[in-house]
Design a protein around this ligand. Structure first.
Ligand SMILES: [Zn+2]
Length: 315
């Protein structure tokens, strides 16, 4: 579902996105042959302390950094553990429901961890680890995949892959079941819509957009027995149109983009920036991702999206 272009950190090397994470280099020897020059620069920035210093300068109790993770396979879980240990020392974990109620700035910068695609490891291992830190995640799921067999799930994924012209095949067919989605919600995690069947909204018809956004929100609300407040579109920062953005804002309180930037806290806008994290890379890579450097690369993209946001005129 996450094709090799989805939500990829700017400049990241191709072979290491979630889709192939299971059989990719895991333990991140930084001198491994799959690391590119940008990867090495990120590693240098992280290991030298430059990234940590920059991160301290740009984050404050009045900022919210939102990270995008996907699946966290067992072979990469140690990376995720190191991410959480490091983040917990420098940030205060924001709970998803803090976005929809009045809250105060607190003493530390806020960070919210989001997980796209609703992979089953999010339930089995990710959520329990978050809870051990007193944290809660925001899981963006595609309910059309819940409770499908392997064959059905793979067939459904191939549709979006074909629309995107992708040649690689996403092997992550095990998705959160309806019962698991409901249980995560009951435990205080956030459940958001990632469209019904993970389609690229900029490439489907208006009727399909209604099914993928509006009907998906209604389905999740019926499962959760409360409105679904969060929406994240699929693939890259520009796979959205004014009409689909307006519909998403009409159906949800917050729209999460795959576009890196820093959000204000405690009064975040309805269109939020998120920074992609590659869990196949070790901690210095994460430190560089949230240093503010990738935010600069996304500056013109944020301007483009802000203009679209203004054009749809929702409050
Ligand atoms: Zn996705």
């Amino acid at each position: 579902m996450c094709l090799q272009t989805e939500n990829r950190p700017a400049g990241a090397s191709l072979p290491v996105e979630c889709a192939g994470g299971h059989d990719l280099p895991t333990d991140a020897s930084l001198m491994g042959s799959t690391f590119t020059i940008p990867d090495l620069l990120r590693s240098f920035a992280g290991r030298s302390g430059i990234a940590a210093l920059s991160s301290r300068l740009i984050h404050s109790p009045r900022t919210l950094r939102i990270l995008i993770y996907h699946d966290v396979p067992a072979s990469l879980f140690c990376h995720f553990e190191s991410h959480l240990a490091w983040l917990s020392q420098r940030f205060e974990f924001a709970r998803p429901d803090e976005l929809i109620r009045e809250t105060s700035p607190g003493n530390r910068p806020r960070i919210l961890l989001t997980f796209d695609d609703g992979c089953s490891d999010n339930y089995a291992t990710v959520a329990p680890l978050l809870e051990s830190y007193g944290a809660r995640g925001l899981f963006f799921v595609c309910p059309g995949f819940a409770d499908l067999s392997r064959q059905e799930s793979l067939r459904l994924m191939e549709r979006s892959a074909a629309i995107m012209g992708a040649t690689n095949r996403d092997s992550r067919w095990e998705r959160l079941s309806r019962a698991q989605i409901i249980d995560l919600d009951r435990r205080g995690h956030g459940i958001g819509s990632h469209t019904m069947t993970h389609v690229p909204l900029a490439r489907v018809t208006e009727d399909e957009t209604i099914k993928e956004v509006e009907e998906c929100a209604a389905l999740l609300a019926s499962w959760l027995e409360h409105p679904c407040h969060y929406f994240a579109w699929t693939y890259s920062w520009d796979e959205i149109t004014p009409k689909s953005l307006k519909l998403a804002l009409d159906c949800h309180k917050f729209c999460f983009s795959p576009c890196s930037g820093l959000n204000p806290w405690p009064h975040p806008p309805r269109l939020l920036w998120r920074t992609a994290v590659d869990v196949s890379k070790p901690l210095p890579y994460l430190q560089t991702q949230i240093s503010g450097l990738p935010d600069q690369a996304y500056r013109s993209k944020r301007a483009w999206l802000k203009q679209m946001r203004r054009s749809v005129a929702a409050p």
